[in-house]
Design a protein around this ligand. Sequence first.
Ligand code: DHE
Length: 515
Amino acid sequence: MIRIVFIISLLLTTNISFAVSKHLKAVYEEHCASCHSSNRLGGMGPALLPGNLKRLKKKKAVDVIADGRAATQMPGYADKISKKDIQALVDYVYTPLPYIPKWGMNEINKSHLIHFKAGSLSDKPIFKADMLNLFIVVELGDHHATVLDGDKFEPIHRFKTRFALHGGPKYSPDGRYVYFASRDGWVSKFDIYNLKTVAEIRAGINTRNLAISGDGKFVLVGNYLPHSVVILDAENLNPIKVIPVKDKNGKSSRVSAVYAAPPRNSFIVALKDIPEVWEIYYNDKHEPIYNGLVHDYRHKEGIADTSSFPIRRIELDDYLDDFQFDQSYTHLMGAARNAKNGQVVNLDIRRKVADLELTGLPHLGSGITWEYKGRTVMATPNFKKAEVSIIDMKTWKTIKRIKTLGPGFFMRSHENSKYAWADVFFGPNNEAVHIIDKETLEIVKTLKPAPGKNAAHVEFDRYGKHVVLSVWDMDGELIIYDAETLKEIKRLPMKKPSGKYNVYNKINRSAGTSH
Ligand code: DHE
């Protein structure tokens, strides 16, 4: 009798939970799957798995679904999904998947596509233009990229990219090749001289970005899923090494982003779930040079791996999500979750050397630097606050907070321009772009070039004479301005052009742009 009751109640429970999960699955499919994918492994949005949600408390996750998440494309669903379903969705995404696909060396190798082997295409450009004054424009709207002539501002070639590129594409040191990473893990190498995609490989399931070594030989890819960094040979994208990302106790972490630090012969890796930043040396024949002194890093503590690509761990007292370097690559200025909101890490002495006084959620990854009254300052937009902070890089004090019309995403300038440009990305004024005088630290002009449409992300040409601004819309455009008079020169229609990247400014690591 007891057994029968048990079986009936088990059946009932199974039926009820099955009914609930069917409904929930429909809610998930309707509202979440297009960005996070049906299998929760991520797409345009991150993977929704307990391992990737470690830093988000369940209660906070409820708020994120209801109200959206600052600095991301995640909208609020309070008016579309009931409170009960939001809670159920949270429980669902914190439940482990029965099986997480493996993405190791075998899987990466199998995905490898070589369309044109290195050396098989012409070494001379097949079109005429100043090859160092080209821009690559990423058109997120229909997953294309455009090669743009930076003198005439005419498109040269438009081509299909992988789905949802994210982060800046990176150039080879001579500017001939450009490497893209997509959120779903694809790395593509494009030959600008021949206007051809030459090789592709899937380095992860959910990828953050990539970096190219200063000698142009290696590509480093940082992943959210699996928790790994992958080293590829830059020539044909052959995979060389997969490094699982773990701390000394075996706790694994997502990778926030990877960067090249060419003067140090290294890559810098920012980690999301463990308070460490890694430096990976890509050329262990050349020891890194710090402040003119040659250090034998292999004999220093903190080196986790003395085989090729040794890792030097810098342990921190706080997570470092998002950062920028000084021009010498000695310091990195990163976001922190402490009350001050920012921290400065000296990569040579491997510790935090200062706090930064920043409010809200600074977007340091988009910060830029310039000379101001005999000292170097950095400027950073803010994801949560309507302000741009200016920080003295000697004292690390905030010397000015410039009020803006809303939280911003990107900033840009150029050594030859007296202006810095800062967009308003969030809120009702996201059509506005501010132009700041670098000498007075005042806003001198606010542009609203496409009323009602988000105008964001600028890049200068190689001479600092022209500025290219995006209107982020399916019926979007690039707007070209004279950088001195601030007068509009030309508009080019584009499909949601997100970032644009000038070859010369990138390969010379201009202080006014991202590296
Ligand atoms: Fe980005 C660069 C992280 C959301 C567009 N973004 C970067 C970089 C990082 C980063 C670490 C630098 C990598 C590089 O250039 O190699 N971005 C994050 C986030 O953590 C965040 C807030 C949440 C997320 O969804 O991952 C985020 N980013 C966005 C967007 O929602 C944007 C606006 C639209 C999109 O494409 O998803 C966006 N991010 C960009 C762009 C760059 C970028 C255009 C390159 C900027 C540059 O000029 O170099």
